[in-house]
Write a protein that binds this ligand. Structure first.
Ligand code: DC
Length: 220
């Protein structure tokens, strides 16, 4: 039996940071499902694949869409490795997030990515970060966490993150984009962002990452 801890929540709630801290501390595998969707969006863009020709490109997708993650170092985003390349900075842009959010609402995309996500369930254990980890993909997980934070706090965190990547950001645009993405992710028909009934809710607005990890450990 492989233990899975799911960490779901909206953008900027702290999922990435907390998943990384737990994966490093436990020395477990990590699945950043948002980055998986982003990589698929990037791959589709690079190969002129869209929703209309998605089916006819299934073989190419199945053959080449193999992503891995490296939890990296605290304070840096989890590394996304694809076709022997570190594509972290390519996929972690707001432009890619916007495109991904639209694609991720499509059932054909979610169905394709489902087995790719389950493949990450490997010994000694898995920390799965996303929107529907506890509700759909690993509904059988033993431990489920749902992180939230105020919109303003989440936008501030996102701003810091993007600045660290050397990207210019406008706070008003960021707030608007985050709100729009929240709306899309929570209102979509397929796998909307909702806490699993058996998840533990943590509001991270006034907590440092160490404080969140402490709460999770207490629960575990
Ligand atoms: O967590 P993130 O910002 O990297 O996610 C990018 C987009 O992918 C986000 O708008 C919603 C979507 N997503 C999803 O629909 N389901 C997941 N399990 C993870 C991400």
């Amino acid at each position: 039996m492989i233990t899975v801890i799911t960490i779901d929540g909206p953008s900027g709630a702290g999922k990435g940071t907390i998943a990384q801290m737990l994966a490093l501390e436990l020395d477990w595998n990590i699945l950043d499902s948002g980055a998986l969707y982003r990589t698929l969006a990037y791959f589709m863009k690079e190969n002129n694949i869209n929703l209309d020709n998605f089916e006819e490109n299934q073989n190419l997708l199945k053959e080449r869409f193999k992503v891995s993650f490296d939890p990296g170092t605290p304070g840096e985003p989890v590394k996304v490795l694809f076709e022997n390349e570190d594509i972290t900075s390519i996929v972690r842009t707001e432009e890619m997030a916007k495109l991904t959010s639209t694609l991720a609402a499509e059932p054909v995309i979610r169905e394709f990515i489902k087995p790719c996500q389950r493949d990450f369930m490997q010994l000694p254990g898995l920390i799965a970060d996303g929107r529907d980890m506890g509700t759909v993909i690993f509904s059988d997980a033993k431990h489920k966490i749902f992180l939230t934070a105020s919109l303003e706090e989440r936008a501030k965190r996102r701003q810091t993150q993007l600045k660290r990547q050397g990207l210019k950001v406008n706070m008003r645009t960021l707030l608007h984009e985050l709100e729009e993405r929240d709306r899309k992710d929570t209102e979509r028909e397929h796998s909307p962002l909702v806490p699993a009934e058996d998840s533990v809710l943590i509001d991270t607005s006034n907590l440092k990452p160490e404080g969140v990890v402490k709460e999770i450990k207490t629960y575990l």
